[in-house]
Ligand binder design. Sequence first.
Ligand SMILES: [Mg+2]
Length: 303
Amino acid sequence: MIEQSQKQNILIVDDEPGNIKVLTELLGSKFTIRAATNGEKALKIVGSDKPPDLVLLDVMMPGIDGYAVCQRLKTDPYTQNIPVIFITSKDSEEDQVKGFKAGAVDYIMKPFSPVVVEARVQTHVELKIQREFLKELSFRDGLTGIANRRRFNDYLSTVWDFAVREASPMALIMIDLDHFKGYNDHYGHQAGDTCLIQVAQAMGAALRRKVDLVARYGGEEFGCILPKTDLDGAFLIAERFSDSILALQIPHSPSTTCSCVSISQGVASTMPSKDSSPDDLLKMADQALYQAKETGRNRYCRC
Ligand SMILES: [Mg+2]
């Protein structure tokens, strides 16, 4: 969730320390400021665990120039949503066009007016907060609070593209609650909802890496995306999911599989390539899930 009370974080990139000083004095009371005097340092800060909420970027710098920095940020799915404002003495229309084409949201001329800088930074930071808030809402499952199917699909294609580029494996686990219809019929839908929430949260808590994602795929079905993970790694996660759901000890008397709520899982891993698609991986995991159900449930199978 967005922490509105926290100061937003701004990165100022300029090879002139004097400009950094003036901008820091101007914006320092409202925002947390970090600064970089060249493009390489800027990319490092943006790629860190705490990326900025906005970048004020000089165009002319030795080494990687501002346009190139901006382009790199805009082609990386992890940084492409960070707004970039160019702040530069290059004032021709052609320069501005180049800036907007590189993906900037705004363009401020040097020498700049403090009022203009403050107002535009404020506007773009607010827009970013609103965009993220809406995105967060549209990506969350209303009942369980974990990611929804839209987020699942979106992330699946992001991770797939990344894996193709990096030539790394990725894994997928499809998860189904055993005899959930029987559970609802016996205990009622309200208890069914509570059960789904507990299961979703237990699976979320079982994931240790920030890049792993578990989502509610629909009804009592969940999906888990594991970047940079081979089959052995995915089995470890499947085992952890199984254990954490059984550890909840949610009684399930109509189940013919187990006295408490259990899950069946289909595990698949692949080396994504341009000749295959995320759908192929999804089909593999689905087939494995089918097998897990056919062979007695409360287990995980691979395709
Ligand atoms: Mg410069």
